[in-house]
Design a protein around this ligand. Structure first.
Ligand code: GDP
Ligand code: MG
Length: 411
């Protein structure tokens, strides 16, 4: 089994698919740079691409009538409870007179905007979009907690005319289900009720001349239920790829499916980081047979921990939400990476990574022609790739177990 790679490595086809986020022009440039042996050029091109991903802005506008649950949605999507620091005020009489930005607590480039309620005397639908500076937003979430009315439909048409996307969200379905359960406990059929709400919303919008509207049902209290994942998938599909990355990482860690997607998004970046690592002058570490850029590793591993909610702040929030002591949740965490990540921790891990790193380097050199020319600096490539790949697996597994532990059988 000596010729087996030490970790589940992607096939060549999968590797090529990972170019997804880079444009064809970029790939050509990287290939060219690598062919000419200009490693530094390739690395700086990739660095530019990574920087662009990291800096991609995403501005999501949340609109709808007063009391429909706009501010609650803003908080839920940022993973905050109504009483957390920086949460949007909810349940109060609407006084929002201008769009209010709420930056994502972990990804400041992602901003959720709480817009003034539509249909209030100060905001009529014909002037609304101008008043809220519609051009700043990537897309609009239009929320209603009862039926969709003509002002929703008019706004949707206006948004569309301006070349922007909108998504209809029907909130508070937990409340509808609860109410029906109380009134008709015998005939209670959750799927049937949801279907009925969906149909009713569609009919209301069709009556207002909105052709084939898509409606997403959700509860701001239980975001992981109902249509939230469907909304997530739709947004993901319809966003440009560099924004998709920012969007995925900013999602609250509320389901195993979201954790899986985050892992996939981060996995796609590993070969780039590894290439950059062998482009910058790899500094040999005393007492180690490997050389790579430790700073890249420290930065990436800290981000993994944050993205998967294994930092202290996130764990405490989660514990509070599920009403359990944080220690009870922490027991399932195995990776040393879940603790503070420092240069020392990384160097210690590197001492164990040598063999695996070498195999990865050889594997890449033999399977992906453009990486063949890296053979010399390849050990640095292999080390970084191997470290990031195995660390990502560890952290993602811990996050998976934490979520299961927190919700027990409820996930
Ligand atoms: P906004 O005026 O559109 O910003 O609405 P808020 O977010 O302030 O919510 C208005 C009221 O509805 C508050 O009392 C919220 O607690 C409640 N609310 C919001 N979303 C939901 C939901 O999904 N389910 C239930 N049951 N109540 C909700
Ligand atoms: Mg509000």
């Amino acid at each position: 089994m000596a010729d087996q790679p030490p970790v589940a490595l992607p096939s060549r086809a999968e590797l090529l698919e990972e170019y997804d986020i880079i444009t064809d022009d970029d790939i050509e440039e990287i290939k060219d740079a690598l062919k000419g042996g200009r490693m530094a050029d390739a690395a700086s091109k990739i660095m530019e691409n990574l920087q662009a991903l990291e800096n991609a802005r995403l501005d999501i506008a949340v609109t709808g009538e007063s009391g429909s649950g706009k501010s609650s949605f803003v908080n839920a999507i940022r993973g905050l409870g109504d009483e957390d620091d920086g949460a949007a005020p909810t349940g109060v009489v609407e006084t929002t007179l201008k769009p209010t930005p709420y930056p994502h607590p972990k990804h400041p480039n992602v901003t959720i905007w709480d817009l003034p309620g539509i249909g209030t005397p100060n905001f009529q639908s014909n002037t609304y979009l101008k008043q809220v500076d519609f051009c700043c937003y990537d897309f609009f979430i239009l929320i209603a907690s009862e039926r969709f009315k003509s002002n929703h439909a008019r706004l949707a048409q206006e948004i569309q005319m301006q070349g922007k996307r909108f998504y209809f969200v029907r909130s508070k379905v937990d409340w509808d289900l609860e109410a029906t359960k109380k009134r008709r406990p015998q005939a209670y059929d959750e799927e049937g009720i949801l279907q009925q709400i969906r149909k009713n919303c569609q009919e209301c919008l069709k009556a207002e001349n909105v052709a084939s509207p898509r409606i997403f049902l959700l509860s701001n209290w239980e975001l992981s239920k109902y249509d939230f994942m469907l909304l997530e998938e739709t947004l993901e599909r319809e966003l440009p790829s560099h924004k998709r990355h920012a969007f995925l990482l900013a999602l609250p860690n509320i389901s195993l499916e979201i954790l899986r997607k985050k892992k996939e998004a981060l996995q796609k970046q590993i070969w780039k980081l590894a290439t950059v690592s062998c482009g910058v002058a790899a500094v040999p570490i005393p007492g180690l047979s490997v050389a790579c850029d430790v700073a890249i590793l420290v930065k990436s591993l800290s981000e993994y921990r944050k993205n998967f909610g294994l930092d202290d702040d996130s764990l405490h929030k989660l514990a509070e939400k599920v009403n359990k002591p944080v220690e009870e949740i922490k027991v399932v965490i195995k990776s040393p990476l879940a603790k503070e990540i420092s240069k020392d921790v990384v160097v210690k891990m590197l001492t164990k990574a040598g063999g695996g790193a070498l195999m990865v380097a050889e594997y890449f050199a033999s399977t992906v022609p453009i990486f063949g020319s890296l053979a010399a600096g390849g050990i640095s490539f292999g080390t970084t790739y191997y470290m990031l790949h195995s660390s990502l697996n560890e952290v993602a597994e811990d996050a998976h177990n934490v979520l299961i532990k927190a919700f027990e059988s409820d996930v």
